[in-house]
Design a binder for this molecule. Structure first.
Ligand code: AMP
Ligand code: FES
Ligand code: ZN
Length: 312
């Protein structure tokens, strides 16, 4: 098999593009072009933006950080310590080693310091599923870290497969509010919110893995031990089956929705207030993160280090 671009020996086949690439054409041309197209087409950020890349230590977010640094962006990393035992320790080491090797800055925030609980502690209270409390904490702390550091935008490593699996879940449950908001760009809709972008949304999961292997990026292969058997993983399995039978299915489903479907789901028009405890945007008086801090803190008998009783 020959590289579609330069006719040398191909290293990666991309059935959905009916193409194959040698290592250099794949990393420096195919993947890079998908990312630059996303950044420009969706007006994610300009050349002078300060970008905070949320890095988990997995292939997607490290590939993203690598791409943004290579493209010349001011991109610092943000690692959130979730307190998930050896998995979190190994993830942090991998992120720090990547930052050191590239001479880049990694900001580290521990969920336990900010929330008073680790994700396994929160999950053990059975108030909410692990992934729900984890997602809620990540969204809150990505935003807080970006605000505190004066960043213009937060970039996450969500890839095409992630976006397609979320879309399938939202369609199966007709979550019209989520469908209206599903987008590779979430503009700031409140002074406390920083813009969020997903520059890898055109790149498939197997392509980010191939990118890391070809670029020699060391990443954590293991999945989070708490996500085993979660619904999104099941949707991904089903979508992989469809894709192998009809290459391009995932792309067509997502891009058909973004170009033709989403407009049919009007925004829910929720009015955002400032959380009375932390000032972040919330449709109620207290944001979901602050409510969780209190409820889970009571359940496990701990307080976050920056916690203070109301009125003190
Ligand atoms: P996930 O929620 O695990 O599917 O991850 C989606 C994206 O969130 C990743 O690509 C990262 O950009 C970001 N992310 C996940 N976990 C962390 C973490 N512990 N620290 C920083 N960013 C993370
Ligand atoms: Fe959030 Fe595992 S990374 S529950
Ligand atoms: Zn709050």
């Amino acid at each position: 098999m020959k590289c579609t671009r330069c006719r040398t020996r191909a290293a990666v086949e991309v059935p959905r593009a009916n193409a194959a690439f040698c290592g250099d054409c794949f990393t420096e041309s195919y993947v890079r072009n998908l990312v630059t197209r996303a950044i420009r087409h969706d007006r994610m950020f300009g050349p002078d933006a300060r970008v905070l890349v949320a890095v988990s230590g997995g292939k997607d977010s490290l590939a993203l950080w690598d791409l943004l640094l290579d493209l010349g962006y001011q991109a610092d990393g943000l690692y959130l310590g979730l307190g998930i035992g050896g998995y979190s320790t190994r993830s942090h080491v991998v992120c720090q080693e990547f930052a050191d090797a590239r001479g880049a800055k990694l900001v580290t925030v521990d969920v336990a310091d900010r929330a008073g609980f680790t994700i396994p502690q929160a999950a053990a209270t059975k108030r909410r599923p692990a992934c729900a409390i984890c997602g809620l904490s990540k969204r809150h702390l990505f935003n807080a870290a970006a605000k505190e550091g004066g960043y213009d935008v937060v970039a996450t490593g969500h890839n095409l497969d992630d976006e397609v699996a979320v879309l399938l879940g939202n369609v199966l449950r007709w979550e019209t509010g989520y469908l209206a908001r599903q987008s590779p760009v979430l503009e700031s809709t409140h002074p406390s919110l920083v813009k969020k972008v997903k520059p890898l949304y055109r790149v498939a999961e197997r392509e980010t893995a191939a990118y890391c292997v070809l670029k020699g990026i060391d990443y954590v292969v293991e999945e989070c031990p708490l996500v085993e058997g979660n619904t999104q993983m099941k949707y991904k399995g089903l979508l992989d089956t469809l894709e192998s039978q009809s290459p391009g299915t995932k792309h067509n489903f997502l891009f058909g929705f973004l170009e033709k479907g989403r407009a049919h789901f009007p925004p829910d028009g929720v009015v955002l207030n400032e959380c009375v405890e932390c000032g972040s945007a919330t449709p109620s008086d207290t944001c979901a993160f602050c409510r969780s801090k209190t409820v889970i803190g009571v359940a496990i008998g701990s307080r976050p280090r920056d916690w203070a009783p109301a009125g003190s």
